[in-house]
Ligand binder design. Structure first.
Ligand code: 8YV
Length: 314
């Protein structure tokens, strides 16, 4: 049965997933976004399943070119790159990879936060360039006992909060609604949270509902001693407003794993010393990507063997 299924892999994919699909299905991989439309116009009718990711998901016009589509398995927890409503309307099943990446993303968040506050990248450059022999590196603020506001306290945000508790940080959060299952202080106003916090960590979902949630006003409220860390989606932060805030000292610094137009990062941002930049590696540990791959395979296999997904969204 599986060997008759034609599976389209969108973009780069973990080798474990590729090996599994190559051995068990009729797999085709399209790596570049600008090649998808042409491929689908020709061969969309033959595709039964799609493996998507944050970088390359299914837009409405692509779903319309996939009349035989039965299931989409997303490699990643966030699925703003795919039009899930359009899948729902067609009755197409859709899975993501929740929870297995919480630890990995929280680890990356801590690395990025500490690197940003303690200027780890600049300190490294300082030593390599032989600057240490000529002078001292400036002191920086530390993380311990700081006030941290988490914007989007979901399952990833909760693990980040657990890590921060180990640093004796005071934690508050902003969500659309207060959670009943956490004891952290809820702040209904994002501006107030930013005003209170030394550090804002963005861990929300992406998509239209959170677009530019972190705007110039929020950055101004965070203030000249405040740090921003974004491990969610580039779309949640107004990137131009952030560049201005970093250039003018409206905030102290930013650690960014995600950007508005990945993999393209504005030159102005790349030139700033008070920003630490990572190429969307939140879940990018060897261990995390392995369990994510296993969950993608489990979803795909169980869908075709038992008719239901392991971690369904739709
Ligand atoms: C991945 C992600 O980087 O889970 C998510 O939402 O953004 C990531 O885990 C991406 O899906 C992998 O390509």
């Amino acid at each position: 049965l599986l060997s008759s299924k034609r599976v389209l892999v969108l973009g780069n994919m973990h080798e474990l997933v590729l090996e599994y699909l190559q051995q068990n299905t009729d797999m085709v991989q399209i790596k570049k976004a600008d090649e998808v439309s042409r491929f689908l116009a020709k061969e969309g009718g033959s595709i039964h399943a799609v493996i998507s990711s944050a970088y390359l998901g299914l837009k409405k016009e692509w779903i319309d070119l996939l009349p035989a589509l039965e299931v989409v398995c997303n490699f990643g927890v966030g699925y703003d790159s795919t039009d899930v409503e359009a899948l729902k309307a067609r009755g197409i099943s859709f899975s993501n990879t929740p929870d297995v990446l919480n630890d990995g993303v929280a680890d990356t968040t801590m690395a990025l936060l500490l690197a940003t506050m303690r200027k780890v990248c600049l300190a490294d450059k300082f030593v390599r360039a032989g600057e240490w022999e000529k002078g001292v590196f400036p002191l920086t603020p530390g993380l311990s006992a700081k006030k941290v506001g988490i914007v989007g306290l979901g399952s990833i945000g909760k693990v980040i909060a657990k890590r921060l508790s180990g640093f004796d940080c005071e934690i508050a959060y902003h969500n659309r609604r207060k959670r009943d299952d956490v004891s952290f202080r809820y702040e209904a106003s994002l501006i107030e949270l930013a005003r209170w916090a030394d550090v804002l960590i963005v861990a929300t979902v992406g998509g239209a509902g959170t677009r530019h949630l972190i705007n110039a006003d929020v950055l101004a409220a965070l203030g000249p001693k405040g740090f921003l860390v974004n491990i969610a989606r580039g779309s949640v932060v107004d990137e131009q407003a952030l560049i201005t805030a970093l250039q003018t000292g409206t905030i102290a610094g930013a650690g960014l794993d995600v950007f508005e137009n990945e993999p393209f990062v504005p030159l102005a941002l790349r030139q700033l010393d008070n920003a630490v930049l990572m190429p969307h590696l939140g879940s990018g540990t060897i261990e995390t990507r392995l369990v994510m791959s296993q969950l993608v395979i489990a979803n795909f296999e169980q869908f075709y063997q038992q008719g239901k997904l392991v971690t369904p969204v739709v």
